[in-house]
Design a protein around this ligand. Structure first.
Ligand SMILES: *Cc1c(COP(=O)(O)O)cnc(C)c1O
Length: 424
């Protein structure tokens, strides 16, 4: 790469087949009205400009129709969640009936563990990674306790090697093999939230299944970021939220994948509710629960229409842009951020995220070579200067250029601001 110059960044933007999508999002601005450079799509995606109309449509139908909206709304509420199946299936590499938009991530994780963490006398452990997102850890530990198991003995944690931050696939495979006979469930992230590492899911899922364990994935940082093949990988279940790369807004409806091989298995226990009941007979209000085949059969309640409407707007943009074009731009854009940091902040920041394109998505995680106080203040000054990333204790600055709405000029500007603050 030539030395990163603003002209070079503009030339890259001019060549970007996805240019124009950035204008279809609201970008935040500071108190003086200056547009900020938003590199925080890994935490909360920007609002699609088309989202408000989707929400207003439902508000209007509710005003005009009240209860009749269940059937007479422009998008009848009774089947609202069904609109998400096809686009979510395309993003996750699933069949339409293997995915459903429902609840939120941690709730779905609990519901999936009810079905797929079924410890027996000798197969009663859950494997997670040591720096798992706290909510996932709390969920797993509480499930262990719920089954009367001791987390000190039954929670197995995969850690990076001493002095390293990244999980090595070989080490994970070895751990799964070594502990295989005790494993009831292996729960892995698609992309590790702190380091930005994308795990090599296919061999890991294969090893866990050969060991006889169920496999669940937390796709919070992977959906809308990386291509996925949940069906072909034989994943048992996956869960995600929709407010990160999927841009559906704070607390938006989450989602869930259940592999087809479980679709009609009456032996899989679940926590049931009326929305999981066969929709053809749901309103007969029968006493006996007859689950719908597929992921829809894990629904409990009727769909949260107002927290789902923005997701429709966002998924339309994903369909238009196409995941393969997004992924190609993402690799290039995040690679450009990496090279710009290496060239323009020499020796000042360690990039924790692996460099191999197959091992990362949008996000880069940096450790600034500053003492703790100044490093945290650096993040605050970066925000004050109009570059929005985020800080994760104890020492990680996360920056995620997002191919739908970030440009090379955004990345160039962000690195210029960082260089200015670091005095290079
Ligand atoms: C963002 C995130 C969550 C959030 O959980 P909610 O139930 O949506 O509040 C959970 N796990 C991981 C790994 C996350 O990145």
């Amino acid at each position: 790469m030539s030395d990163p110059s603003p002209d070079d960044a503009h030339a890259r933007d001019a060549d970007d087949p996805l240019r124009g999508f950035g204008e279809r999002f609201h970008h935040p601005s500071d108190a003086a009205g200056r547009r900020q450079v938003y590199l925080c799509g890994h935490s909360l995606g920007l609002q699609p400009k088309s989202a408000a109309a989707q929400v207003e449509q439902e508000m209007g139908d509710w005003r005009r129709l009240a209860v009749l909206g269940h059937h007479a709304a422009a998008r009848p509420w009774i089947a609202y969640h069904e609109r998400f199946a096809a686009p979510l299936a395309r993003l996750t590499g699933a069949a339409d009936h293997e995915v459903v938009a429902m609840n939120s991530l941690t709730v779905n994780l609990h519901l999936m563990m009810v079905s797929f963490f079924r410890p027996s006398a000798d197969r009663n452990c859950v494997l997670i990674e040591q720096s798992a997102f706290p909510s996932d850890r709390y969920a797993v530990v509480s499930q262990l306790k719920y089954h009367g198991l001791d987390p000190h003995r039954h929670l197995i944690e995969a850690a990076p090697r001493e002095g390293e931050r990244i999980l090595r696939t070989g080490d994970l495979l070895e751990l799964i093999e070594r502990e295989g006979r005790r494993l009831s469930l292996v729960l892995l992230p698609g992309v590790q939230y702190l380091t930005g590492q994308a795990l090599e899911l296919e061999p890991l899922i294969g090893a866990a299944r050969r060991a006889g364990a169920a496999v669940g994935l937390d796709l919070a940082h992977a959906i809308g970021n990386l291509p996925l093949s949940l069906h072909d990988w034989q994943t048992d279940f996956a869960v995600w939220c929709s407010y990160k790369y999927l841009n559906a807004g704070p607390g938006a409806v989450g989602g869930c994948f259940v592999h087809e091989r479980h679709a009609r298995d009456p032996g899989v226990p679940r926590f049931a509710g009326w929305w999981g009941h066969d929709k053809h007979t749901r309103f007969r209000m029968d006493a006996d629960f007859e689950p719908m085949p597929g992921a829809e059969g894990w629904q409990i309640s009727n769909p949260p229409v107002l927290s789902s409407a923005p997701l429709l707007a966002s998924l339309e943009l994903f369909a238009e842009a196409g995941l393969s074009r997004l992924r190609a731009k993402s690799s290039a854009l995040t690679g450009y951020l990496r090279r710009s940091i290496e060239q323009r902040l020499p020796g000042m920041a360690e990039i924790i995220t692996p460099a191999a394109p197959s091992q990362h998505g949008c996000q880069l995680s940096l450790r600034l070579k500053l003492p703790a106080g100044p490093a945290r203040r650096f993040h605050e000054r970066l925000g004050a200067a109009g570059v929005i990333g985020d800080w994760r204790e104890p020492d990680v600055l996360r920056l995620a250029p997002t191919p739908l709405y970030n440009s090379y000029a955004d990345v160039h500007h962000a690195v210029s601001v960082m260089a200015g603050l670091l005095g290079t």
